[in-house]
Design a protein around this ligand. Structure first.
Ligand code: ATP
Ligand code: MG
Length: 317
């Protein structure tokens, strides 16, 4: 099985386009910083020991908790809120700061296989093996990795759905087990690999997968300030005034007749292009045009994570 069969795509970072996407993400600074730090430590764990020496005379036992911690990060939440964009782009910042080559490998959803017995398990096991093999020999004398991998499992609920779900096919169950094994093996071997799962349905993730997550990041729709930041970024210089943009930021929030505002993708993929095309090719963007366009666009309804209704176990108990 080769890389092309197993992974939807493999991107070598840093790349300029990815860095631009990363830089333009709004409202995610804390998540960015945390993800970047986590992966920098996976690449070069000795930095934590140096920090311990410098600031705690090397006595802080807490740093040991990082050893063998599953390198799994879950990005969960509403549609169009930047999960995929962040997962695909933060490796640029890691590559830039560490000066190490990072590969982003996205596990293809077709790795659910054709349903033939053993196929999904074989594909997942194969993907983790390829990842392990390509970084197995990469650590230098000080323990710093010469390269790292971000393994992205987007729409992860499709692969990691709860084994408790009654309708779950035996083969899917074996696939989830293979996934858990793959993550555990990465942790045990201290490899410079981070597994990132994105999902709209956190509650549908298998509890054993979820409990392995070092962090679960929750993603939300933008508030007014964040909407304004996206609008300004795209529309400064258009002739719309700050007052117009503030009006637009307010109009794209919750209103009397709807309990939810626009998602980031509603703004950047629907509203802003509509504003442009409303004016193009014969006139500029104007406040009157803006009001016409906003009246004609509705935000995407929120993704309801229904699955928690069927869950009976509270993982936090
Ligand atoms: N935080 C953000 N700041 C600026 N733009 C954003 C942000 N989040 C999303 N966008 C815009 O919306 C687009 C879609 O976002 P993305 O694909 O990351 O959403 P998602 O959370 O993965 O959604 P889904 O759950 O539907 O897969 C991005 O390409 C980007 O243009
Ligand atoms: Mg996505």
């Amino acid at each position: 099985m080769n890389t092309i069969d197993t992974f939807e795509d493999v991107v070598v970072l840093p790349d300029e386009r990815g860095q631009r996407i990363y830089d333009r993400l709004v409202g995610l600074d804390d998540y960015k910083e945390r993800l970047v730090k986590e992966v920098l430590l996976l690449l070069d764990p000795a930095q934590l020991h140096s920090w311990n020496k410098e600031h705690h005379q090397g006595k802080l036992a807490a740093v040991e908790m990082f050893t063998s911690r599953p390198p799994l990060f879950v990005l969960a939440g509403d549609v169009g809120t930047g999960k995929t964009a962040l997962a695909r782009s933060f490796g640029n910042e890691v590559a830039k700061r560490s000066k190490v080559r990072i590969e982003l490998r996205a596990l293809s959803l077709s790795s659910r296989g054709s349903g033939a017995v053993g196929e999904m398990t074989k594909l997942i096991t194969g993907a983790f093996k390829q990842v392990r093999d390509s970084v197995a020999q990469t650590r230098g004398e000080g323990g710093k990795a010469g390269r790292g991998i971000i393994l992205l499992i987007d729409e992860a609920d499709a692969l990691a759905q709860s084994r408790e779900a009654a309708q779950m096919h035996h083969e899917d169950r074996a696939g989830v087990n293979a996934l858990i094994r793959g993550i555990d093996e990465l942790a045990a071997a201290h490899l410079p690999v981070a597994v990132i799962m994105c999902t709209n349905r956190l509650n549908a993730l298998d509890p054993a997968v979820r409990r392995r997550a070092a962090v679960v990041f929750e993603f939300h729709r933008p508030n007014k300030e964040q909407r304004l930041a996206v609008l300004k970024d795209a529309l400064v210089g258009s002739g719309l005034t700050v007052g117009d943009l503030e009006e637009l930021a307010a109009a794209t929030g919750r209103t009397n007749d709807r309990l939810y505002g626009f998602t980031y993708s509603d703004l950047s993929q629907r509203l802003i292009p509509s504003l442009v095309l409303d004016a193009f090719p014969s006139k500029p963007i104007t406040s009157a045009g803006m009001r016409r366009v906003i009246g004609a666009i509705e935000p995407t309804p929120p993704f309801e994570d229904q699955s928690h209704a069927t869950r009976t176990v509270d993982v936090h108990q």
